[in-house]
Design a protein around this ligand. Sequence first.
Ligand code: GUN
Length: 300
Amino acid sequence: MSAQVIDGKAFAAKVRAQVATEVGKLATEHDLVPGLAVVLVGEDPASQVYVRSKGKMTVEVGMKSVEHRLDDDTTEAALLDVIKSLNEDPTIHGILVQLPLPKHLNEDLVIGSIDPAKDVDGFHISNVGLLGTGQKSMVPCTPLGCLMMLRDHHGSLSGMDAVVIGRSNIVGKPMAQLLLGDSCTVTIAHSRTKDLPDVVRRADIVVAAVGRPEMVPGDWIKPGATVIDVGINRLDAPEKGEGKTRLVGDVHYESAAAVAGAITPVPGGVGPMTIACLLANTLTACCRANGLPEPEGLTA
Ligand code: GUN
């Protein structure tokens, strides 16, 4: 058996197209333009690539894009000032502070200073609490993207056994909450889990979000299970030439695809969904801020 490949790139393009349509309606019917501000502190090369890509796609769907690039040695007070001004700016509906921050800045404090209504990352403890209690919140983008793909593939997830490998605040924990919200029986596995292979073998849905290249082999996967691979790991690929690299997920793709019912590839799976969901969240935040109904299918 060979798994159906879940094409995140195509799915993300569809989500962005829906967002663009809704943004068009906001402009013509309400004279409104959703605005997304991204704050980048320092020179982390991977973060710079993400931020550039976010800016480009924000403009492509018709939203206003604002970028604040601050020096590596920016003080906490200066960063909090920038966030305060964005909180108060009525043309900005979404604020994203790119992580990781330089070591001298307190991430919890910085995230806690963002207006929860503009927290399009869903990292503010108000949003974490709202999600955990099943209330309307801003939902972290990567888990939201995973949920959209799972719902699209399965329709209802009710009663399914789901295992989330990884317990990060950005992916693992919110992913587990979303699956629970869709009535899955959820296990969160992590580095101290006893007999991880056995735990994973029970799952109808496996979400791997640990950041360890190819750590989940195919023989851990229950035949027919759906595998969502959140990992993006860069490995040396001398076979492609000197200095060349390749991207792999947290799942060993070939062996898992031979047993799974459906699987997301890396690249081209979860990755593109993250930015699409960021745009969806910005649109949602703009609608909420203006007392307008939220577009269907773009939130949890
Ligand atoms: N760094 C890596 N992923 C993310 C994300 O989803 N949001 C933010 N703010 N920073 C990140």
